[in-house]
Design a protein around this ligand. Structure first.
Ligand code: WT7
Length: 649
């Protein structure tokens, strides 16, 4: 089917000036896998090192010894690479264009201003007793202070852990405890789509939870001036701490393998895990991918619409672009406010050249028709990017035609929180595009497909996506739980990193990601574990048992479908459905809002008591004819009952 799709050849105007054309890509890719040491030693030179590395690659994927080190004897500072080294040439160039939620609110921050403010904050953090190796939790709006906070931590060698501003107080508490954070940086409120979100209130609530007393201070940016509670001795205003500080702060010399940040993400089991990313390899990879995948040219305005709470924001709003001396746009609001044309309006207002967004945003626009972008021309655009979930060919074509005016290549970038940076993606000057395919591996990345037994599949095939050797940007561990890291990623198949994704490779060697093969959901590009939602539900006194599955959703990609078995004597009312919806939103955050709740007097289980999710997924997707073999169920009749009362979405 997809083989008959359109192929978009490389545009000559792009290839002529691109960092890599087809021949360059081939040659560099070959070198990157034949001689990774030589290749990455050369690439590390894109950074300023305090001590240049001599030991380049020292990595093992063996399950009894998972140990990943890049540039291990090198020393550098990430903030110095993102700021100091640009001052001479581009001190007055805009580093960050900030576009507020309100379309009349925007500002430009130069590299010099960003440098000075970051240093002041770094000195402020030191005054609070934060130093090398300490962890700091950030729970912030999309404002420049979020980037400053990340960079200030990096400057003094503190490890940041950014928590997405849409998560609940419990999620904040869990992460403060998990990372042992002595400081939380937040704002009074964030503003999204004209509405205030009470960040400081949420932090207050989080810090009443048991175990959070590790946290000694809360630093608060005044964003809205809204009413907040104040805890003397613990809470401090950002301005009060920072304004008085010196604008010079010596960057800490960090080992290449010292941690830079922790970022929590969901897996198929258990609580979210804090991936540990380190310094030298991460920044080399973030900077290189940003340059090549987006073909970033000096002076261009680049906009990634993600939130800094996700890895995309880390690598492609902050670290990659700033390491490259780019102008990066940071948007506080949502694409639908005040109108659905907002994204295009922002492109025109700031002459954006490169727009990196998510399939769910494209599909949401598509739903509003061909004219949804008519308030803007978007002539400045040169390149488009997609990330977070598979982009269906219809959405790809619409993105290309309506947003990009049929002149911008689309880079569909496959990667993960764990990979630190882009792994499979076209290069705009090198790769003919096939809508829906992430196409080819980036330099140094060796993808492969295996069957369920771990046998490598050759040629055109479909299987589980693994990566055969280490790359500099990958996570090194799970914070405080290396065994879980090994278990999750290196135990399914010998000597391979297992991605959790299914994938097809076509006869041209193009990769087509088919989605998760584990119990992880991807709702609007947000990753969630079914187990997390289930454990939230069973904590409600009315609930005996719950099973959560994804189902195809036109805009979100996947929706959340929940089967709930109630305790005896509890009435299955619509009121209770609403209550359970609120319960999950409060517990995890609005992104985990159930789309459908179905009462399930019984769940399909094997005789050993294991829930057959395969069947529940089929029912949720309304594919009730193809349920397959149900004879192994303890009680096959529960399936008929569920089909009969299936809830239409
Ligand atoms: C999962 C990772 C990568 C940063 C944002 C998400 C899915 C991501 C694509 C893509 C198909 C994609 C995968 C992956 N995914 N990008 N271009 N095509 N699927 O990071 O939250 O760690 O989620 O998102 O399933 O495993 P994340």
């Amino acid at each position: 089917m997809s083989e008959q799709q359109n192929v978009y050849p490389v545009r000559e105007d792009i290839a002529a000036n691109a960092w890599a054309d087809e021949a360059t890509y081939q040659a560099m890719y070959q070198q990157s896998v034949d001689d990774p040491e030589g290749f990455w030693a050369e690439q590390a030179k894109r950074l300023d090192w305090i001590k240049a590395p001599t030991r380049i690659k020292n990595t093992s994927f063996a399950r009894d010894n998972v140990d990943i080190r890049w540039f291990e004897d090198g020393q550098l500072n990430v903030s110095a690479n993102c700021l100091d080294r640009h001052l001479e040439k581009r001190g007055d160039q805009t580093a960050i264009i900030w576009e507020g939620d309100d379309p009349n609110d925007s500002k430009h921050i130069s590299y010099r201003e960003l440098y000075e403010r970051t240093n002041q904050l770094a000195n402020g953090l030191k005054e609070l007793g934060v130093g090398k190796g300490d962890t700091v939790t950030l729970y912030m709006p999309m404002i420049p202070e979020a980037a400053m906070a990340m960079l200030a931590c990096a400057r003094i060698g503190a490890v940041h852990s950014v928590v997405f501003g849409g998560f609940s107080p419990d999620a904040v508490a869990q992460r403060v405890i998990g990372a042992d954070s002595k400081l939380v940086i937040t704002a009074d409120e964030s503003v999204r789509g004209g509405k205030q979100v009470p960040l400081k209130d949420n932090v207050d609530a989080a810090l009443t939870r048991d175990g959070t007393d590790v946290c000694k201070n809360v630093l608060v940016v005044k964003r809205t001036g809204g009413d907040i509670e104040w805890k003397e001795g613990r809470d401090l205003w950002f301005g009060d701490l920072v304004d008085k500080q010196s604008t010079e702060c010596e960057p800490e010399a960090m080992g290449a393998e010292d941690p830079l940040f922790i970022l929590y993400t969901s897996g198929s089991t258990g609580a979210p895990k804090g991936l540990k990313h380190t310094t030298g390899g991460y920044l080399t990879f973030a900077a290189m991918t940003h340059q090549y995948v987006f073909d970033y040219q000096d002076g261009e305005v680049y906009w990634c619409t993600a939130d800094v709470g996700w890895v995309t924001g880390h690598s492609y709003i902050v670290y990659g672009p700033l390491a490259n001396g780019a102008t990066t746009l940071m948007f506080e609001g949502v694409p639908s406010y005040p109108t659905h044309g907002r994204m295009g309006d922002i492109v025109d207002k700031h002459n954006v050249n490169i727009l990196y967004t998510a399939p769910t945003a494209v599909r949401a626009l598509m739903a509003h028709g061909e004219n949804v972008m008519d308030s803007s021309k978007r002539d400045s655009l040169r390149l488009l990017g997609s990330v977070g979930e598979p982009i269906n060919p219809e959405a790809w074509e619409w993105f290309y035609r309506v947003i990009g005016n049929e002149k911008c290549p689309i880079v569909d970038t496959w990667w993960q929180t764990e990979t630190g940076g882009i792994m499979i993606s076209p290069l705009p000057g090198a790769t003919p595009l096939k809508p829906g395919s992430a196409t080819k591996p980036f330099f140094g990345v060796q993808p492969a497909l295996v069957d369920n037994e771990g046998n490598l599949l050759e040629g055109a095939a479909e299987g589980n996506l693994v990566i055969l050797d280490a790359w500099p940007g990958q996570a090194r561990s799970i914070w405080g739980d290396h065994d879980r890291f090994v278990q999750t990623y290196f135990s399914t198949y010998d000597n391979m990193y297992f991605t959790g994704d299914g994938c097809r490779r076509d006869e041209d060697g193009y990769y087509w990601i088919t989605g998760r093969v584990d119990d992880v959901l991807n709702v609007s590009g947000h990753r969630m574990g079914t187990a997390e939602i289930e454990s939230s539900l069973v904590a409600h006194s009315a609930v005996a048992e719950a099973a959560v599955v994804g189902f195809p959703h036109d805009i979100k990609g996947q929706g959340i479908y929940i089967y709930v078995t109630l305790n005896d004597e509890i009435d299955p009312t619509d009121e209770l459905k609403k209550e359970l919806t609120q319960w999950v939103r409060k517990d995890i955050g609005p992104i985990a809002s159930p789309d459908v709740i179905q009462w399930a007097p019984g769940l399909p289980k094997t005789r050993s008591g294991k829930i057959m999710r395969r069947i529940l997924r089929k029912i949720a997707a309304n594919e009730c004819d193809g349920l397959g073999d149900t004879s192994t169920l303890a009680d096959p009749s529960v399936v008929d009952e569920l089909i009969e009362h299936r809830v239409n979405q």
